[in-house]
Design a protein around this ligand. Structure first.
Ligand code: PHE
Length: 344
């Protein structure tokens, strides 16, 4: 029996030393010390021993049990340390590895220009309005004093929805003037950006869809001086305080008088270069004093009130500002291009 106990001690301690996982250790505990374990089985035979042998074997059995328990405990804490070590190793963060560069989106150049313009006008007390792109011809043309038969109303220039030419995709943001005058209390001071549509030939500077910003002020005593001051404020804020603004006579049915507005070339300062085609000036927008007929069409007393209006092409300004020579580059949204013209 003594030999049996020694054999168990040897085998068990070896097995414990070899245990690689906590589960293996638990299996060994059951195998040797459990109720049906090997050591217990030997102890059950103690009854067969003589009175002299019993205490000797009993003591040895206790020693073996204690040795196994101690061995298991020691191994258990060793395994726990090891698993903690592994876990720490697995979860270790190498702070010296270079981080992954996340790609951050950029604001589209046209929206950079639009936001800049909005800020300038909000600073002058304008309210921003946005509205429908499908319009009645009455608002896009008639009430703006563009009469039946005017070339701008041609099917070849305008996207119509109905055979009677009454519903269309707006060709300009100017119908916003009519909506504002019909629905708002006077005085009015609004800025209305949005998409407009024309059957233009597609080339480097034209697209069938583009963006405009309409501006409208209606109040008592508005004159050409207000128009010039307002647009000068815009242009100096955008192109620098040294910029010079020039009004050239023009014609729009809804303004009288009408002007085209030029800014001294911001690339060459007015000496003449490729951007300004040698003229020293760059055309940036159309504007004028609201035609009395338009005020009357909206039920506004043209003796008491007068107004100024202007329309800005956003693509044109963005192209000029960022030196983009093809309008397609603005619509393709190729990040390689947009990244290069990001101001932020
Ligand atoms: N609607 C005109 C255009 O599309 C621009 C404009 C707006 C001119 C307001 C004068 C006043 O060309």
């Amino acid at each position: 029996m003594k030999q049996q106990l020694e054999a168990i001690r040897k085998a068990a301690l070896e097995a414990i030393a070899d245990a690689a996982k906590a589960e293996d250790l638990e299996a060994l505990r059951v195998r040797y010390l459990g109720k049906k374990g090997e050591l217990t089985a030997v102890l059950k035979q103690m009854g067969k021993l003589s009175a002299e042998e019993r205490p000797v074997i009993g003591q040895l059995a206790n020693e073996v049990r204690a040795a196994l328990e101690a061995g298991i405990e020691e191994k258990a804490s060793e395994l726990a340390d090891k698993s903690m070590e592994c876990k720490l190793k697995e979860e270790a963060v190498d702070v010296t590895i270079p981080g992954k560069q996340e790609k951050i989106g950029v604001k589209h150049p046209m929206y950079q220009v639009l936001d800049e313009i909005k800020d300038i006008f909000v600073g002058m007390g304008f309210e921003i309005l946005e509205d429908r792109e499908v319009e009645l011809a009455e608002y896009n043309f008639t009430k703006l004093n563009v009469e039946e038969g005017h070339p701008a109303r041609e099917w070849s220039d305008t996207f119509y929805f109905s055979d009677d030419s009454s519903i269309l995709l707006r060709t300009q943001t100017s119908p916003m003037q009519i909506h504002a005058m019909e629905t708002r209390e006077l005085p009015i001071r609004i800025l209305a950006p949005g998409r407009v549509y024309r059957k233009d030939e597609v080339d480097a500077t034209h697209s069938p869809m583009f963006h405009q910003i309409e501006g409208l002020v209606i109040d008592k005593g508005i004159t050409m001086a207000d128009l010039k001051g307002t647009l000068e404020t815009l242009i100096k804020a955008m192109y620098g305080q040294d910029s010079v603004v020039r009004f050239r006579p023009h014609h729009f049915p809804f303004t009288e008088p009408s002007v085209e507005v030029d800014v001294s070339c911001f690339a060459c300062g007015g000496c003449g270069c490729r951007l300004c085609k040698g003229t020293g000036w760059i055309e940036v927008l159309g504007a004028g004093i609201v035609n009395k007929k338009v005020l009357e069409n909206c039920g506004i007393d043209s003796e008491e009130y007068s107004g100024l209006a202007f329309g800005i092409g956003i693509e044109r300004l963005a192209m000029l500002k960022y030196g983009i020579n093809n309008i397609k580059l603005l619509y393709q949204s190729d990040m390689r291009v947009l990244d290069q013209i990001n101001d932020d």
